[in-house]
Design a protein around this ligand. Structure first.
Ligand code: B12
Length: 295
């Protein structure tokens, strides 16, 4: 049953959020996270702002919080069922640069000790206190930047870099659950052959999915042939390729040009001296959050 005069019925809320009506009722009854109005017939009626509220619950639970804890955070962040609120700004503003830097340092210290438990605890705190976009921009990316610098200075071993990358990859992909569902336009995300740097692309996908896009993630080291046949099958609105090193793209210029003739292609990362116009692609801003917002 669709939305009428601004109200949503439980079926519509379930469709928009990917949560079952039973779960929506459970969150209402157990935690008071949702406070629907009722029709004369007693049917629940929800506001648009409840969509953001449910998505925030899912985000927090996917980030590792227990439902009761997630509900506490949501209720703290969101004024009871007023106009559609983006919860994050208020919460995020509360976290000054210093606090974010402190989270980066604690995360770094835990990961360099191979201390998974402490690293998870720090990440729990990050995703409880910040929206996904801000967590990416203010903690995850700055941490990865430092990791790269410390690796190039020989202060971090390849093993530490691999451990850290995999802990972050798992947490970010944990937040990606369900990014393929919904009704928004579809984006196919991949790295070219030989490219293993995918954290930027995953972060990009998370921001896209929070802006209503559906994501089909092919990830690291994807052959162009299989990417092209997948595009024929899925007919996405856009294909996003991410490469750290333009040499990963150069051997595939012809294939990329052909692909771009059939579907919009955007490239994130380093294009080097490759000319996006000549390839028929769109070069994305290097900031993955801004690039996703602009897509
Ligand atoms: C994590 C990491 C790895 C992990 C990747 C794990 C994973 N699953 O992704 C592993 C361990 C696999 C790895 C391997 C290697 N790495 Co490495 N790695 C990093 C590290 C520390 C973080 C990368 C990252 O995700 N950053 C997060 C992104 C988003 O942050 P960003 O830098 O702000 O964003 C830039 C790009 O990411 C890009 N971008 C990337 N993806 C996307 C996506 C979109 C959509 C958009 C819009 C933008 C974008 O745009 C930004 C500007 O260019 C970087 C250091 C760094 N400074 O980033 C080194 C770094 C990228 N690695 C480097 C190197 C040399 C390697 C190896 C060759 C090392 C080796 N000898 O084995 C291999 C190559 C593997 C391969 N075939 O691709 C060099 C790259 C130098 C270069 N210019 O090519 C760096 C810069 C380290 C250094 N300081 O020298 N690495």
């Amino acid at each position: 049953m669709g939305a009428s005069n601004g109200w949503l019925r439980i079926g519509e809320l379930a469709r928009r959020t990917g949560c079952s009506p039973a779960l929506l009722r459970a969150w209402e009854q157990r935690y008071g996270v949702l406070q629907p109005a009722r029709t004369k017939g007693g049917f629940r009626l929800y506001r648009d702002s409840d969509v953001a509220r449910v998505r925030r619950m899912r985000e927090l639970i996917a980030g590792g919080l227990a439902p009761a804890e997630a509900a506490r955070v949501v209720l703290e962040e969101l004024q009871p069922t007023g106009p559609a609120l983006d919860a994050s700004p208020t919460a995020d503003a509360a976290i000054e640069g210093a606090a974010a830097a402190d989270l980066v340092e604690r995360l770094e210290a835990a990961l360099e000790r191979f201390d998974d438990r402490e690293a998870q605890a720090v990440l729990d705190e990050v995703f409880a206190r910040l929206s996904v976009e801000s967590a990416i921009q203010r903690v995850v990316l700055p941490y990865l930047e430092r990791l790269g610098t410390r690796w190039s200075q020989g202060l971090v071993t390849i093993a530490q870099e691999h451990f850290a990358s995999n802990v972050l990859r798992a947490r970010l992909l944990g937040l990606a659950r369900g990014w393929g569902s919904g009704v928004g336009p579809l984006a196919v995300l991949a790295c070219p052959p030989g490219e293993e740097h995918e954290l930027g692309l995953i972060a990009f996908g998370l921001v896209l999915s929070r802006r209503g896009w559906r994501v089909a993630y092919l990830g690291a080291d994807t052959p162009l042939e299989t990417l092209t046949s997948t595009v024929d099958l899925l007919e996405p609105a856009v294909v996003v390729l991410a490469a750290y090193d333009p040499e990963r793209l150069r051997p595939h210029r012809e294939a990329i040009r052909r692909l771009a003739a059939s579907v919009p292609v955007a490239i994130g990362g380093a294009l080097g001296d490759l000319d996006p116009e000549e390839l028929g692609v769109r070069a994305l801003a290097s900031d993955v959050v801004a690039a996703a917002a602009a897509l």
